[in-house]
Design a protein around this ligand. Sequence first.
Ligand code: KG4
Ligand code: ZN
Length: 344
Amino acid sequence: MSSKDVRILAIESSCDETAAAVVVNGRQVLSNVISTQIPLHTLYGGVVPEIASRKHIERINQVIREALEQADTTLDDLDAIGVTYGPGLVGALLVGVSEAKAISFAKDIPLVGVHHIEGHICANYIEDTSLEPPFLCLVVSGGHTHLVNVKDYGVYEILGRTRDDAAGEAFDKVARAIGLGYPGGPKIEQKAKEGNPHAISFPVAKVADSPFDFSFSGLKSAVLNYMNGVQMKGGSVNEADIAASFQQAVIDALVGHAMHAIDVYGATKFAIAGGVASNGTLRAAMQEACQQKGVAFYHPSPILCTDNAAMIGCAAYYEYLRGRRDGMALNAVPNLALGQRVDF
Ligand code: KG4
Ligand code: ZN
């Protein structure tokens, strides 16, 4: 490693994963430690914000220690600290932000606040170290569904977004309705393997005059109505067929919008990101559709799709290069919009 290398400790605590990573020059991941709270929140059928914050406090020091140890790095070796400051659960975000401020102050090293969704997009830079902007990216997570034009490092134009539920949220809600529990995405994907994706025709709403916007709440209602209809007639629902048909409807909407955007913007590179991007059936469908158009398709490996700190370290590096430095006034911004920069 050369003396010009930038070694960043990154911290992520926006939802139900406490994570820390050490990343060199944005793309070389020396460690990526994730402590998930999913089994705990599964008891309640979803993330309980109070419990999430408390668990982050309990876990964060150990997670950071592990990330440093695995990277054979001490706090004195660091060039900067990157931390997610939004969007997310305010109490959860505050744990990471406070920790990062403490380390930055104690060691007198720069602090760089990172947008969580920009982190998800940057996971693609880690997976494929030759990827450079511009490219189009579909971000599909539990809280966000965005079609984004990544014009340059840290420069984003939002082409479309969901008008109601995020794609991951739809997976979680439908999984709950058919009794699969939390988190819905992986459980639906698993169940769908036993079902027929064309058994039930679930409609996906189009948003009038906004070809790149999404709407998933109608799909969720269609699933519930279908189940009620079958049950009222004394029948029993086939969960595998519902899971497969619902998943197919989401994939059709995501792939359809993505291909339309590729055509309109003449894109040659297309990436996906976020928790839902770990869905194998979605990846295969996107891969095939991109291939037919001769467009290069990028997707992070599943561990980099769901929440992690390596992606935050990558985003922090490019923000660091762009000159972003946050002081001790850095605060959590739960509703931070994509592309928005808040100066404290
Ligand atoms: O990106 P992420 O880890 O956290 C947020 O920033 O929201 O995404 C979590 C979301 C959850 O809604 C989860 O159900 C969904 O991603 N998810 C999946 C899969 N794995 C996680 N959705 C579909 N298929 C999957 N295999
Ligand atoms: Zn996320």
